[in-house]
Design a protein around this ligand. Structure first.
Ligand SMILES: [Fe+2]
Length: 502
C-alpha cells in the first residue's frame, strides 16, 4: 500500500502489551532499506500545534533520536542548526485568520498537516472552543488504559472537537495517572496521553494544565507508623512535577515566576520553590481570554502530614499566584478587545462529588492550609477561596465562568448572591457576592466516575451527570451558548446561555 519496496523506506505502527494484557505503549518506527532493514530517526510524538496567535504558532515534536529537521509553513521555513530530540519551533509572520499547510521533513520522511491563525483581536467573529479534564486510566481495560491514560475517551473527545472545528481546547489537569517516583514512567504516561490526542492536535492547540495526578514525588516512610510521606520531588529546577510538565508541553510563558520572594520565602537568595513556567499562564483568542491557574502547585499529596513536613496543599492558590491572578484579571478588564474571561484550575471552588473532603472546601474546615518551612500560611483554604471569588465575581465584570475538574462528573453551579457558600459553623469573615458567575465542572474525560454528594450549595447545582462529557463554548460577540455532549454516544448532556449578570 505505501510502496516501501520501490521507495526503500516506510513507517510501521506497533504496540507493547504486558503479560497481563495491559497496553503499555502505542508507537511508530521508521525504517529504511528493502531487507535487511535499518531503523531510522522517526517522529515519535506530534507534531502538535501550540500557542496559536494572530501571526503564528509553536510547533512541537519529538524524534526517536537526535536529528535535524526542516519545518515549512506558508512563507516560513526553518532548518535546525543542531541535532535534537525535542523540537520546538515558533512560526512567525503569518497572516491573521488564515489557514496554512505545514510540513516537517526528517530524512526521507515528510509529514504535512494544516493550522489556522487567530483572527485579529476584537474582530468578534463567531468561534467555538472546548473544555474537559481528567483523562487518566478508566475501568475496563483495553484502550481505556494505555498505561496512564484513557486513550479511548480522549480519542473520542478529540475527534468530536475536531468535527466541531474548535479553535482551541482547554484541558485542566489529571491527564495521566501519575503519582510516580520514577521519571521515565512519568514520561511514558505523558507520551501515551500525547499519542491519544495526536491525530487531532496536529491541527489545533490543546492548552493543558496541572492537576494532582501530574504529581512526581519523593516517597518516605514515616518513622513511628507504617504510613508514607509523599512530597513534590526536588531539586525543583530540573526534577520536579512542574519541570516534567513544562518539558512535555508547550504553553505560554507569561505566568508568575514562583513562590520565591513571597513573605514566607525561607531564603531570598536561594530557589526554594518549583517554577510556574508553563503551568500558570494566560492566552487569548479574539474576544476571549483564558487564565490558567495551578491549584496543585508544590503539591504534597499526604495533606494530613503537611503541618509536620510542609508543602503545597491540593486546591490552594498560593500568594504570588493569587497576586498574578489579580493583576491579570485587571489587565483583561482594561482590554477593550476582550469581552469574556474564563478562569480554569483543576480543583473546584465548590466540590460536588468525590472531593467534598478536599479541593477548596475540606468539609468546611478553614484550618487546612499549606505550610512553608514549618510555618502555616495566614489564609486558610476557605479564606483563600473567598479572595479568589472576590477577584472573579466582585471585582471583575468579564469573568463568565470558572472551569474546573478533579471530580469525575459534569455539572454547573451558579455562584451568586443567593448561593450558600459557608459551613453552618464559620467564625472567619464572610464575603458577599455581587453578581453571578458559573462554575462549570467537567472532569468527565475518562477517569473513574464519582457520584453527587450533599453540600450547602447543592440547590444551585444543575446538570450533574457521570456520563463522559465535552463542553463547547460557542462564542458569538457578546453571546455565549454552552453545549455539552457525550463524546462516546453523542447524546446532548446540557445546553444553556452563559449570560452576563453584570
Ligand atoms: Fe484531580
Amino acid at each position: 500500500m505505501v510502496g516501501w519496496e520501490e521507495k526503500g523506506h516506510g513507517v510501521l505502527g506497533y504496540r507493547v502489551m504486558d503479560d497481563t494484557g495491559e497496553l503499555v505503549y502505542d508507537g511508530s518506527v521508521a525504517f529504511a532499506g528493502t531487507g535487511p532493514f535499518d531503523v531510522v530517526p522517526t517522529i515519535i510524538e506530534g507534531p502538535f500545534v501550540n500557542q496559536v496567535t494572530e501571526h503564528g504558532a509553536v510547533i512541537t515534536y519529538t524524534t526517536s533520536e537526535p536529528a535535524i529537521t526542516t519545518l515549512t509553513c506558508g512563507p516560513f521555513a526553518h532548518t535546525e542548526k543542531k541535532k535534537g530530540i525535542h523540537h520546538e519551533i515558533a512560526i512567525t509572520d503569518l497572516a491573521a485568520d488564515s489557514s496554512y499547510d505545514y510540513a516537517i521533513v526528517l530524512g526521507d520522511q515528510t509529514v504535512s498537516y494544516e493550522l489556522s491563525t487567530a483572527p485579529a483581536a476584537g474582530s468578534r467573529k463567531p468561534f467555538t472552543f472546548s473544555y474537559a479534564s481528567d483523562s487518566r486510566s478508566g475501568q475496563g481495560g483495553g484502550e481505556r488504559t494505555i498505561y496512564g491514560a484513557n486513550a479511548y475517551i480522549m480519542k473520542k473527545i478529540m475527534a468530536l472537537a475536531k468535527f466541531k472545528d474548535v479553535k482551541f481546547m482547554q484541558f485542566s489537569g489529571d491527564l495521566i495517572d501519575g503519582y510516580l517516583t520514577d521519571r521515565e514512567a512519568m514520561q511514558l504516561q505523558y507520551a501515551n496521553w500525547k499519542h491519544a490526542i495526536q491525530p487531532f492536535a496536529h491541527y489545533f492547540p490543546v492548552y493543558v494544565s496541572m492537576g494532582n495526578h501530574e504529581s512526581y514525588m519523593r516517597f518516605f516512610w514515616k518513622d513511628d507508623t507504617r504510613s508514607s510521606i509523599l512530597l513534590n520531588r526536588w531539586p525543583y529546577d530540573d526534577d520536579s512535577g512542574e519541570y516534567l510538565f513544562a518539558q512535555n508541553f508547550s504553553n505560554p510563558q507569561n505566568g508568575p515566576a514562583s513562590e520565591d520572594g513571597s513573605e514566607y520565602d525561607p531564603n531570598p537568595d536561594a530557589v526554594d520553590f518549583p517554577s510556574y513556567d508553563e503551568n500558570v499562564f494566560h492566552y487569548t483568542h479574539d474576544n476571549v481570554a483564558v487564565i490558567v491557574l495551578n491549584s496543585d502547585y508544590w503539591y504534597a499529596p499526604t495533606h494530613r502530614l503537611i503541618p509536620k513536613v510542609s508543602g503545597g496543599l491540593h486546591g490552594y492558590i498560593m500568594d504570588n499566584q493569587l497576586a498574578w491572578l489579580d493583576e491579570t484579571v485587571a489587565m483583561f478588564e482594561a482590554d477593550e478587545n476582550i469581552d469574556h474571561v474564563f478562569v480554569t484550575q483543576h480543583t473546584p471552588c465548590f466540590p460536588n462529588g468525590g472531593h467534598v473532603g478536599d479541593d477548596m472546601w475540606y468539609r468546611g474546615n478553614n484550618q487546612i492550609r499549606p505550610y512553608i518551612a514549618g510555618k502555616p500560611v495566614k489564609k486558610g483554604i476557605i479564606e483563600r477561596r473567598d479572595q479568589i471569588l472576590d477577584i472573579l465575581v466582585n471585582r471583575s465584570s468579564k469573568t463568565r465562568a470558572i472551569l474546573t475538574g478533579d471530580e469525575h462528573n459534569y455539572n454547573r453551579l451558579e455562584i451568586g448572591p443567593e448561593t450558600e457558600i459557608y459551613p453552618e459553623q464559620y467564625f472567619t469573615a464572610k464575603i458577599e457576592l455581587t453578581r453571578t458567575i458559573y462554575q462549570i465542572n467537567n472532569g468527565a474525560a475518562g477517569a473513574p466516575y464519582y457520584a453527587q454528594e450533599e453540600t450547602p450549595w447543592t440547590p444551585f447545582v444543575s446538570g450533574f451527570t457521570t456520563q463522559n462529557a465535552l463542553v463547547f463554548f460557542h462564542v458569538d460577540g457578546k453571546e455565549i451558548e454552552v453545549e455539552v455532549l457525550n463524546p462516546d454516544t453523542l447524546e446532548e448532556v446540557d445546553r444553556f446561555e452563559l449570560t452576563n449578570s453584570e
